[in-house]
Ligand binder design. Structure first.
Ligand SMILES: NC(=O)c1ccc[n+]([C@@H]2O[C@H](COP(=O)([O-])OP(=O)(O)OC[C@H]3O[C@@H](n4cnc5c(N)ncnc54)[C@H](O)[C@@H]3O)[C@@H](O)[C@H]2O)c1
Length: 320
């Protein structure tokens, strides 16, 4: 493994970025890189999606300017080019961020193509939400240059990135990429070894599975369960994690908290020995209750509302 200072020099020279897949997540990544001054070339196999990308980016950047998160949308947009082919997007790239569909076959196909087209000193991060890189890079060219760089949606407004190397990823890459992502304004973590769902979605999954189960058992309504997070736990979680939370929630810190409430949490964990899948019937019930307050036609506007809330929060965090 390289000493950290060498990793820093090596990685901080990144200038050219390829973004593959320009859906929800790919566009957010393009903003992440371009706002820090890097040149981005983006590619999507769906021509209409790619053709619409600049227009969508322009709207995102204007809203960011209104929230004082960037200074000049035109300058940022000017750093983002549309590539006519995958080769044009990744051939000269120092770093490639892949954000195509979450399917092993699709990830495998695009990674094989990217592996063939990149320079052998480039690095490729996949936005995969839970499929580890070893599931789709085992037999591809330059496989030691690939790892997971999993963001939270949308990546330009939520900074966390999980870096998850495969068993064959060059061991120098994850620590060096961690330094580089920090310099781009993201908040990287390194997951020491592959595990399905990585850390973030395992945490999210624990909460989500419990929420479905509580609703299924008739314990509370969808809105009331949601408000336990939006008006409760989530307020603390927007600036500190579960370990720090419990350290501050008992006079004697973690030890004290564990003594007071450890048995309760153990009992709760024991009460969920037979997890149920989200059945079609349960999904239909949850959807019906949610649609009563949020009709399907209003979801896009609600997503925009979410992003504006996130921009206000991002602005607040910048000012701290
Ligand atoms: N949406 C989220 O909340 C979220 C959060 C974190 C990570 N992710 C991950 O990011 C990735 C992308 O998710 P998304 O939500 O942006 O999906 P999306 O459907 O919005 O976008 C995917 C894009 O990839 C393109 N694409 C598919 N195959 C391709 C190929 N072979 N070559 C080029 N382009 C191709 C599609 O045309 C589409 O525009 C997935 O791995 C997903 O799990 C999603």
């Amino acid at each position: 493994m390289h000493p950290p200072h060498l990793c820093k020099v090596f990685i901080m020279q990144f200038r050219e970025i390829g973004v593959v897949g320009t859906g929800l997540v790919g566009l957010g990544w393009a903003v992440v890189f371009a706002r820090t001054g890097l040149n981005v070339r983006m590619y999507d196999c769906e021509a209409p999606v790619l053709a619409a990308a600049h227009g969508r980016l322009s709207k995102m950047l204007e809203e960011m300017e209104q929230h004082e998160l960037i200074e000049d949308p035109t300058v940022v947009l000017g750093r983002i080019a549309v590539a006519k082919s995958l080769g044009e997007a990744v051939g000269d790239a120092d770093y490639v961020q892949e954000s195509v569909f979450e399917r092993v076959d699709v990830k495998h196909g695009i990674s094989r193509d990217i592996g063939t087209l990149i320079r052998n000193d480039a690095v490729v991060g996949s936005s995969s939400s839970g499929i580890p890189a070893s599931a789709f890079t085992a037999d591809i060219p330059n496989r030691e240059r690939f790892l997971i760089a999993h963001p939270v949606n949308p990546p330009h407004l939520i900074p966390l990135v999980e870096l998850v190397p495969s068993p064959w990823t060059d061991p120098a890459i994850a620590p060096a990429l961690r330094v580089w992502f920090k310099a781009t304004g993201q908040s990287p973590i390194v997951v020491n070894r592959e595990i399905e769902g990585f850390v973030l979605n395992r945490l999210q999954g624990a909460l989500l599975n419990e929420a479905w189960a509580l609703y299924d058992e008739g314990i509370a309504s969808i809105d009331d369960i949601d408000r336990c997070v939006s008006d409760g736990l989530g307020l603390r979680w927007s600036f500190m994690g579960p370990f720090e939370t419990i350290d501050l929630n008992a006079p004697g810190g973690i030890v004290d908290y564990a003594a007071r409430l450890g048995p309760l949490y153990h009992a709760l964990a024991n009460s969920r020995h037979a997890p149920q899948s989200w059945s079609p019937e349960l999904i239909a019930r949850v959807t019906a209750e949610r649609r009563a307050s949020q009709p399907e036609g209003a979801l896009l506007e609600r997503m925009n509302w979410r992003d504006r809330e996130l921009m206000t929060l991002a602005r607040h965090r910048l000012a701290r």
